[in-house]
Design a protein around this ligand. Structure first.
Ligand SMILES: Nc1ncnc2c1ncn2[C@@H]1O[C@H](COP(=O)(O)OP(=O)(O)O)[C@@H](O)[C@H]1O
Ligand SMILES: [Mg+2]
Length: 273
């Protein structure tokens, strides 16, 4: 198998970092009585990019929604096992959801800016958390847009509607909105699947820059993309019983070149799903 793997000092340092910021421990998930994920355990290492891969319906979005407790909005949904974040099991009922979502931001498949100005979109989170000072909000807006590699394109249009931006710009705006809260972890659910190849590369470059200061967990269907940008990869797969299990987890430069499991190899070369 030949995938272009970027190699850089950043990548090497990410691989040397052995401290997980998140740990899934015997994690299972149910929608009503239906079990959809069974007994998944894997670490998410700090300041690295972990790619979640697997065919449609194997629970990738559910895994992301579990990490920032978004699934709680669905009364039918139930998680079992542990997700340890900074040493604490966040599935514990007492965990403060609002605080958690500040530390763990999520970017969705379809860019979802709300119908307001670019500025209002970016500072939405900080305002919710009580930041009122205009100068402070301006600084947050500029810093977040710069981090999301969008500042130069929009700095003269901050008061214009976010909905006038292109799809790729809207997705970077959603990333800026997440960064405005200074999260520890950024979850991205197929963030480039609705974008053209050029915008996709911009998002990939951006993630590559961001991993120096953030931990990134990204769902992607694109194996080339996963191989290009990720340090670690987790492969989920649901068999005939339709219950997803973790088939393989490892360093991307090992899994994409020499997967341990036959099923992993079949998936990454395109023989499955
Ligand atoms: N709200 C829901 N209610 C019931 N079943 C759901 C719901 N959301 C997802 N599922 C089921 O859970 C499984 C995993 O879905 P999902 O996490 O969206 O997978 P992926 O993101 O890998 O495509 C699928 O079988 C899907 O049909
Ligand atoms: Mg999904």
């Amino acid at each position: 198998m030949q995938f272009p793997l970027r190699s850089s000092p950043q990548k090497d340092s990410a691989l040397k970092n052995t401290e997980p910021i998140i740990k899934f421990e015997n994690f299972s998930f149910y929608y009503g009585k239906k079990k959809v994920i069974s007994d998944v355990s894997f670490p998410v290492y700090k300041n690295s990019i972990t790619a979640l891969i697997g065919p449609s319906g194997c629970g990738k979005t559910t895994v992301l929604k579990s990490i920032n407790l978004l699934y709680r909005e669905n009364p039918e949904a139930r998680a079992e096992g542990k997700i340890i974040f900074e040493g604490v099991n966040i599935l514990n009922d007492k965990y403060d959801v609002v605080e958690l979502r500040k530390k763990i931001g999520m970017v969705f498949q379809k860019p979802n800016p709300f119908p307001g100005s670019i500025y209002d979109n970016v500072v939405f989170g900080p305002r919710i958390f009580g930041v009122k000072n205009r100068k402070k909000l301006n600084d947050i807006c500029e810093r977040s847009l710069k981090l999301a590699a969008l500042w130069d394109e929009v700095k003269n249009d901050l008061r214009k509607s976010a909905l006038n931006l292109s799809g790729g710009q809207q997705q970077r705006l959603c990333i800026a909105r997440t960064l405005a809260l200074e999260p520890e972890v950024i979850l991205l659910d197929e963030p480039a699947s609705a974008l053209d190849p050029f915008s996709t590369l911009k998002i990939e470059d951006l993630m590559y820059q961001l991993k120096n200061n953030y931990t990134i967990l990204i769902v992607t269907h694109n194996m080339q993309q996963a191989a290009r940008i990720s340090d670690y990869v987790a492969f989920l797969f649901a068999g005939e019983d339709m219950i997803a299990r973790l088939i393989e987890f490892g360093k991307s430069n090992e899994v994409f070149i020499k997967p341990v499991k036959k099923l992993t190899e079949d998936y990454i070369v395109g023989r499955l799903g």
